[in-house]
Design a protein around this ligand. Structure first.
Ligand code: FAS
Ligand code: PHB
Length: 389
């Protein structure tokens, strides 16, 4: 098979890149190792930055997001017995949209099916070749047959467990990582959300987050130890712990119910540089990971893809590689800003094992400054709603 851009991975990064290229008449084939249903079954992000929603609109797949997504003008942040609201719209005139990653991925898959663009699911033994030459190739096996896709470029959108990032030569590759000594136990439940907006709670017992997917479906998280196992957490134990980390009025309002999904996400910050080598370009989790505290992971993947699509269109339209040559540096500038913000939100709101009284009082002072200073709140609002793409 021959295509212009071979895309490895049918997560949001790969599918959105394919969509943006298709809209510009550039042919792309997506190669995914899992079945489509499996990709959709993974419960992940829930918040889209304003820039992300505008790009999704521009890609022509924003209809359902605009109908079903929830526009949020702010978030609540609690710290022990104190609470403050960060009014994004009042402070900087921007908002976010609560719309699950699963739904965005579903919209992207449908658009791709309707356009007839080629997506190969359940591809086995996916491998990349010739990225230093002019005609890189993707090989894979399916139904016992060997296949090959000859490309002009390969976009590695295969997430943190993919094969693409390892194709950057070890002597050129620099990685930066911070592993946090805790994870997030998340529960999805078909009950109305406890509040109209998200509540981030930094409590003595640990972090908690009250989020949602719709007016009838809620998403809750509690910080748990790094060694915790999901099978040790019954629904009752989860909701009991969640309520102990919320203020009494909120806890009293919370409607519990049987979990329809329950999982633990380990938290880490990770960046692999550069995001390009030869004809291979990395985007999304294939190049970087952030703790979900700042709701940046999915939005970073979208931002990478916006920059990459622009660079590929420039190459095919004008023959210039200025965008491609600058892709890694431009994408990484935004990645590191998001890494900093996600690390800061995580450091502010989580209970770190071994933190002494001084460390805990520093966290409280950080919260008090945020609650008291309009400028501090504006900085959080600017980062949470996303810098302009
Ligand atoms: P993805 O991992 O979504 O997609 C990569 C795709 O590549 C997958 O479908 C995978 O099957 C495929 N693949 C892997 N190896 C392959 C191979 N060798 N060949 C072919 N295909 C291959 N972000 C937030 O903003 N908020 C959150 O609350 C949040 N929660 C998260 C919880 C968890 C458990 C995880 C893991 C991530 C979470 N994230 C969150 C981050 C997440 O949303 C990612 O940022 C987002 O999925 C990034 O999208 P992609 O880069 O497309 O990577
Ligand atoms: C979610 O709804 O899954 C969610 C929202 C905000 C975050 C992390 C996760 O920061």
């Amino acid at each position: 098979m021959r295509t212009q851009v071979g895309i490895v991975g049918a997560g949001p990064a790969g599918l959105l890149l394919g969509r943006l290229l298709e809209r510009q008449g550039i042919d792309a084939v997506v190669i995914e190792r899992r079945p489509a249903d499996y990709v959709l079954s993974r419960i992940r992000a829930g918040v889209l930055e304003q820039g992300s929603t505008e790009l999704i609109d521009a890609a022509g797949i924003g209809g359902r997001m605009r109908r079903e997504g929830l526009v949020h003008e702010g978030i609540e942040i609690a710290f022990d017995d104190r609470r403050t609201r960060i009014d994004f719209h009042g402070l900087i005139g921007r908002t976010v949209v609560v719309y699950g990653q699963t739904e965005l991925t579903r919209d992207l898959m449908l658009a791709r099916t309707e356009s007839g663009a080629v997506t190969v699911y359940e591809a086995e033994d996916v491998a990349l070749h010739g990225i230093d030459g002019d005609l890189p190739r993707i090989t894979y096996a399916k139904d016992g047959m060997a296949h090959e896709v000859v490309c002009d470029f390969i976009a590695g959108c295969d997430g943190s467990h993919g094969v693409s990032h390892a194709m950057i030569p070890a002597e050129l590759r620099v990685t930066h990582e911070r592993v946090y000594p805790f994870g997030w136990l998340g529960v999805l439940v078909d009950r109305p959300p406890v509040a109209d907006e998200l509540i981030y709670a930094g409590h003595e017992r640990g972090f908690a987050l009250c989020s949602m997917r719709s007016a009838t479906r809620s998403r809750y998280y509690v910080q748990v130890g790094a060694a915790e196992r999901v099978e040790d957490w019954s629904d009752d134990r989860f909701f009991d712990e969640l309520c102990r980390r919320l203020d009494p009025a909120t806890a009293a309002r919370l409607q519990t119910g049987p979990s329809i999904e329950k999982s633990i996400a380990r938290l880490r910050s990770f960046v692999a540089e550069p995001m390009r080598h030869g004809r291979l370009l990395l985007a999304g989790d294939a190049a970087h990971i952030v703790p979900p505290t700042g709701a940046k992971g999915l939005n970073l993947a979208i931002a990478d893809v916006a920059i990459l699509a622009e660079a590929l269109v420039e190459h095919y339209r004008s023959g210039s590689d200025r965008g491609l040559d600058g892709y890694s540096e431009r994408a990484l500038a935004r990645v590191w800003n998001a890494e900093r913000f996600s690390w800061w939100m995580t450091s502010l709101l989580h209970r770190f094992p071994g933190t002494d009284s001084f460390g805990r009082r520093l966290q409280r002072a950080e919260f008090d400054h945020l609650a008291r200073s309009r400028r501090a709140a504006e900085v959080l609002a600017e980062n949470y709603t996303g810098l302009a793409l």
